[in-house]
Every structure is written in structure tokens, then in C-alpha cells.
Design a protein around this ligand. Structure first.
Ligand code: ZN
Length: 386
């Protein structure tokens, strides 16, 4: 959910002002930014021979929540258990971390990547490849609790010894670990990470990239394209920008111009279209899901991404996290809008934890989804390819 503090607003405004400065000062038309041509091949994940391709989505893990207490680290242990249970029962081919891996605004250490690394460790341990997108809590600066400044003072910080490596001046700076650094650390340290930092032209949004799932027999034959977008939040507004929309269009034209290959889209914060399809109370057909306990907390603005998606017959579904109390999929025009399922013990809400699973089958082509709970239960099965 949204937690944009005053300093982030000031920062975002300053960034916007800087961008528009040339227009205000010289009054001439500003050249349209030219997006870098995508010349590099699209990274491929290969399906296993004779088996459907299965993806597990881990949403809103919120590692590092209340990191200075006994309660906080215990939640991280619980979240690790949920992921381990899901990975062992579903044995997915790929994992998508759908944002808010960490609650950076609760992490009083310089290097929040240490918590990020904990969040991906159950997947890495099982040698399963993965990719990640950012949520609104991942790069947030630390928010000092007011009660630390009353008589009892700042409590002793309680996190694993390996988390307290900073010293001197560094140890006092909790300004948040930037998206770029978090992503750089993930990619550098992990050969199974398929995450990318995206095009520099899309700054300040980072997790924008494309992957393809290819068949076991023919690596030239994509089964499905997976598009990852950074929906903002944290140090800048919660939005998919016009520059991202332009980049996305460019990718589509280059990669899948005739829409012949099905496409799936992943980002963290629901777009406003989710508000349009949200079930009013219970979840009735054609929507499928099990919890509908809060209102959709949508992005700050809709700047064109949905127009592109709804016009493409190849786009089958969008997957988001962010709302911990929602886990439904609802049809929207020709595609499906789906929430994942709150996976982490960090973050608000006590709804039982689980993970949305996707299964892509080649012959005949189908995309099926369901939710796997921590206790092993499976529910909310839905076909997304029809
Ligand atoms: Zn969250």
C-alpha cells in the first residue's frame, strides 16, 4: 500500500521540475526522448521436456519489517517457510518476485540488499531461476519511529550479526538503498537471476525488461513473452510513466509485431482499470478468487499502458500485488486482471499466506492459474488463455 512521505514528494517534485526546466527557461520545444534500440537478444527461460511451464509468484514479502524487534525477524522466518512450502509442493520452473520484497522504511541499516537477499534465498537454494520487480516499499528511506525519541530512547537493534557490517558515518545513514543498487546487487551475486535494470531512458523506474519462455525442443520458438514493468512508489510517484509506455510499445513492435505469441504482464501496483472490475462484495463469476477484503489501491495516474494492453489480443493477463487483502482475477475487455496472493508475514493484514501459480501448456496452448496456500490447500483455479 502507499506510503509516500513528505521527503519523497519533495524529491519527486524536484526531479520533475528539473526535467521541465529547459522548457520553462528557454521556451523552445523539447526534443522527444529517443529510446535506445533493443539490440540485445531477449533472455530465455527453457521449459522442461514434456512438462508444462510453471511460475510461482511471491508478492509482498516485506522482509525487514520492524527489524529492531524480536517480532520482525520472526516474520521473516515465517515468510521463508511459506516460500519453501510453496516451492516444494509446486516445484515451479520460475519464480516472479512481485514487489515489496522488503519494507525498507523499517530497515535501520545502510545496506538493505542484505534483506533482499534473504527474500530470494529459498528460490536460489532450490536452484530455481527468478526475476523481480519493485514495489513501493523497496527503496523507501528509513522512517524514524517517534517513540525512539522519548525517554526509553533508541532500542538496541536486533538483526543477524551479518546485517551490521557498516561502521562510523555509514552506520548512521539509513537513507534507503536505491532501486539501482538493489537490482545491481541481485544480478551481480546471482547467476539464476533474470532481473534487469532496464533502459536508462526510463529513469527513475528501473525494473523494466522482457523475458521469453521457450519450448524444450526449439529455443527459437517462444511459448510466451513475460513483460516486467516498474509501477513506481517509494522515492517517486506510483505510476507507469509515458516514457515506459513508449518503451513498451517499441518492445512490442520489435518482439511480437503480429501478436502471434501470447504475452503476460507483471508489475506491483494495480492500475486504475482494476477499480473498474473489482467485485462489489463477494467474488462472483466471471471473477475468481477467495478474498475481497479491501478497496483497490490503484496507481496515482493512468498514462496509457492499459490502452495498449487492451488493444492486443496476445496479452492474456496482468498480475499485481500491493493489496494484501485481494487475490481475485477478473476479466477486463479481452484480458484478465489478477492479484497475486500476499505471501509474506511482513506487511499489513493477517489473511492466510499463499502464492499465485501459473501453468503454461504448449499443445494445446493454455494458461491456467491457481492459488497455493501455506497449509497446502489449492483454490481459485482459473483458465486465463480463453
Ligand atoms: Zn505490500
Amino acid at each position: 500500500m502507499s506510503k509516500l512521505n513528505i521527503s519523497s514528494l519533495v524529491f519527486a517534485f524536484a526531479c520533475l521540475a528539473l526535467q521541465f526546466l529547459p522548457i520553462f527557461t528557454v521556451g523552445i520545444s523539447y526534443p522527444r526522448r529517443t529510446l535506445r534500440e533493443s539490440k540485445t537478444p531477449i533472455p530465455s527461460v527453457q521449459a522442461r521436456p514434456g512438462a508444462p511451464f510453471r511460475i510461482a509468484m511471491f508478492a509482498d514479502l516485506h522482509f525487514g519489517e520492524n527489524a529492531w524487534t524480536d517480532w520482525g525477524p520472526a516474520q521473516d522466518v515465517n515468510s521463508t517457510r511459506v516460500m519453501s512450502t510453496v516451492l516444494d509442493s509446486e516445484t515451479p520452473d520460475f519464480v516472479v518476485y512481485l514487489g515489496d520484497l522488503i519494507t525498507a522504511d523499517n530497515i535501520p541499516i545502510t545496506n538493505a540488499s542484505l534483506y533482499w537477499d534473504e527474500a530470494i534465498s529459498p528460490t536460489r537454494t532450490r536452484k530455481i531461476p527468478w526475476s523481480s520487480v519493485f514495489g513501493n516499499h523497496d527503496d523507501a528511506p528509513f522512517e524514524w519511529p517517534l517513540d525512539w525519541f522519548s525517554a526509553p530512547g533508541i532500542p538496541p537493534l536486533r538483526y543477524p550479526a551479518s546485517h551490521s557490517s557498516a561502521s562510523g558515518e555509514e552506520a548512521c545513514y539509513f537513507g534507503g538503498t536505491s532501486r539501482l543498487t538493489l537490482m545491481k546487487k541481485e544480478i551481480e551475486g546471482n547467476e539464476l537471476s533474470y532481473s534487469r535494470s532496464g533502459s536508462h531512458d526510463l529513469w527513475p523506474s528501473i525494473s523494466n525488461y522482457v523475458l521469453q519462455v521457450v519450448s524444450s525442443k526449439n529455443s527459437e520458438s517462444p511459448l510466451v513473452y513475460l513483460y516486467f514493468l516498474d509501477s513506481g512508489g517509494g522515492t517517486y510517484p506510483e505510476v507507469i510513466s509515458s516514457a515506459q509506455v513508449e518503451w513498451f510499445q517499441h518492445q512490442l513492435a520489435e518482439i511480437n509485431p503480429d501478436s502471434s505469441v501470447p504475452e503476460l504482464i507483471f508489475w506491483h501496483i494495480p492500475s486504475k482499470a482494476y477499480e473498474e472490475v473489482a467485485p462489489k462484495s463477494g467474488i462472483d463469476k466471471p471473477c475468481v478468487g477467495s478474498i475481497n477484503k479491501e478497496s483497490v489501491a490503484a496507481q496515482d495516474a493512468e498514462l496509457g499502458i492499459m490502452k495498449i494492453l487492451e488493444a492486443r489480443s496476445s496479452v492474456k493477463a496482468v498480475f499485481v500485488g500491493h493489496n494484501h487483502g485481494l487475490d481475485w482475477c477478473c476479466p477486463y475487455k479481452k484480458l484478465w486482471l489478477c492479484f497475486a496472493r500476499h505471501t509474506g508475514y511482513g506487511g499489513y493484514g493477517n489473511w492466510t499466506r499463499g502464492a499465485r501459480i501459473l501453468e503454461i501448456t504448449k499443445d494445446p496452448f493454455s494458461i491456467k492459474s491457481w492459488i497455493r496456500m501455506e497449509d497446502g490447500m489449492v483454490h481459485s483455479e482459473v483458465i486465463l488463455s480463453s
